[in-house]
Unconditional design. Structure first.
Length: 192
């Protein structure tokens, strides 16, 4: 009986390690659907990974749709217009080496710099406003997002999580907690 009481330290420590690791697994994967009690939504349902799948697909879809909508917006405040202005400014800054040419008049150098920066600006504008939307439409990105929604199976992610992460982390955590429990048991036996 004197040896059984100290063994409880090991069991309690290993149980604590198992419980907080299992709580992480529950938080990530259990339950897979939204739960309601008396018509009220329970917090943290569905589990984190299932919620993030929904969030990720909505975010990607909204980004694609926002981009397509912004390609039609010619105002200076649109994100694409700001990117075009940044490309103009960066190309202007990169061409500053021409300022050191003393043989050419300053107005001629500025005209060349403006011409080259405008070419970069126009290429960027055509790329962002026509080519990228054409590619998105040609390859039917929205259809692929729907396919991604159907194919992105969280059960497969859960299987890989259990097989390659949870199993090894559980062994590591249980071994650490076994050593902690063994140390607690030895301290208990020495003090007693």
């Amino acid at each position: 009986m004197t040896l059984i009481k100290p063994l409880i330290f090991i069991l309690v420590n290993m149980l604590a390690g198992f419980l907080y690791l299992f709580a992480i697994k529950v938080f990530l994967f259990i339950p897979s659907r939204e739960k309601k009690i008396f018509g009220k939504h329970l917090p943290l349902t569905p589990a984190f990974v299932y919620r993030k799948k929904i969030w990720l697909l909505q975010k990607i879809t909204s980004l694609v749709n926002d981009y397509i909508r912004e390609t039609k917006d010619e105002s200076k405040e649109s994100r694409i217009s700001q990117w075009e202005q940044k490309m103009f400014q960066k190309s202007w800054d990169k061409i500053n080496f021409m300022d050191n040419m003393t043989l050419l008049p300053k107005s001629f150098i500025n005209s060349i710099k403006n011409f080259l920066a405008t070419i970069i600006y126009e290429l960027t504008k055509h790329f962002l406003r026509t080519f990228v939307p054409y590619i998105l439409e040609k390859y039917e990105v929205n259809r692929y997002l729907e396919i991604l929604d159907m194919k992105l199976d969280i059960d497969i992610v859960k299987l890989y999580f259990n097989k390659y992460i949870y199993k090894y982390v559980l062994i590591f955590v249980l071994s650490i907690h076994f050593l902690i429990g063994l140390g607690n048991m030895l301290i208990y036996l020495c003090i007693r």
